[in-house]
Design a protein around this ligand. Sequence first.
Ligand SMILES: Cc1cc2nc3c(=O)[nH]c(=O)nc-3n(C[C@H](O)[C@H](O)[C@H](O)COP(=O)(O)OP(=O)(O)OC[C@H]3O[C@@H](n4cnc5c(N)ncnc54)[C@H](O)[C@@H]3O)c2cc1C
Length: 224
Amino acid sequence: MRRILVVGAGQSGLQLALGLPAEGYDVTLVSPSGPAEIRAGRITSTQCLFGPALRRERRHGPAFRDDRAPEVHGVGLSVADPTGADLPDGPVLARTAVPGAGEVSSLPTLSLNGPCDALMVEAVPGGPLDRPLPATARAEEVLGHLPRVVRRYAPWEYERFAPARPADPMAALTGGHTPVVRVPVARLDGGAPILGMADTVVATDPITAQGADTASRPPTSTAA
Ligand SMILES: Cc1cc2nc3c(=O)[nH]c(=O)nc-3n(C[C@H](O)[C@H](O)[C@H](O)COP(=O)(O)OP(=O)(O)OC[C@H]3O[C@@H](n4cnc5c(N)ncnc54)[C@H](O)[C@@H]3O)c2cc1C
């Protein structure tokens, strides 16, 4: 049996490790933290998965989201202007571009305490939305900071989120993200090949909500 080591139990590594045994591989999966630590840890994304990615998840592992995660029925895009923005109704990923400042997005998602709404602010570096918080900031602190930033540039989202409470203490993520493309193949000193995948090779801007969707996509696949 061929042996393979998968490093990282994230969106791509976990599904690969779950799928390879059926292809005749003896798989070892390495993760710096176990399920309990991951569950108690900080959120890592806004979790918006499209249909093809969900179908691949169901094929390779338990359909753990199906009966609990809220559905997203569409994506609405608008550009902020002084008279307000037309936001779509219903369970959609609503994204507002604020020229020169960044983007403010909201979407239904799933927390440890059940369905909730997520708010994501992406700032143009050095622009008016760029008010960095320490990476250690807890959800309460991040939420307390957001109204000042959002009120001026996306007041329609401020109205919705001003009365909000954090879904759990670790339900916030702050920091910088640099899109990058790397060489996908390397070799160990002994010559064994290492194949990079997903964000290790191509990390996109999270605003595209496509990173986790493409993380499990086979490179040669044209269909889901
Ligand atoms: C704020 C934000 C919001 C996002 N929202 C969305 C969204 O709504 N929809 C979407 O499709 N994508 C979204 N993304 C992108 C998505 O999260 C990533 O593209 C996707 O998780 C990449 O999958 P991956 O397997 O490459 O990496 P990850 O899912 O990050 O997994 C990598 C794993 O490797 C582990 N690891 C790291 N170093 C080591 C090591 N040395 N040894 C062992 N393990 C290691 C890490 O702990 C981690 O578990 C978002 C990203 C950000 C930052």
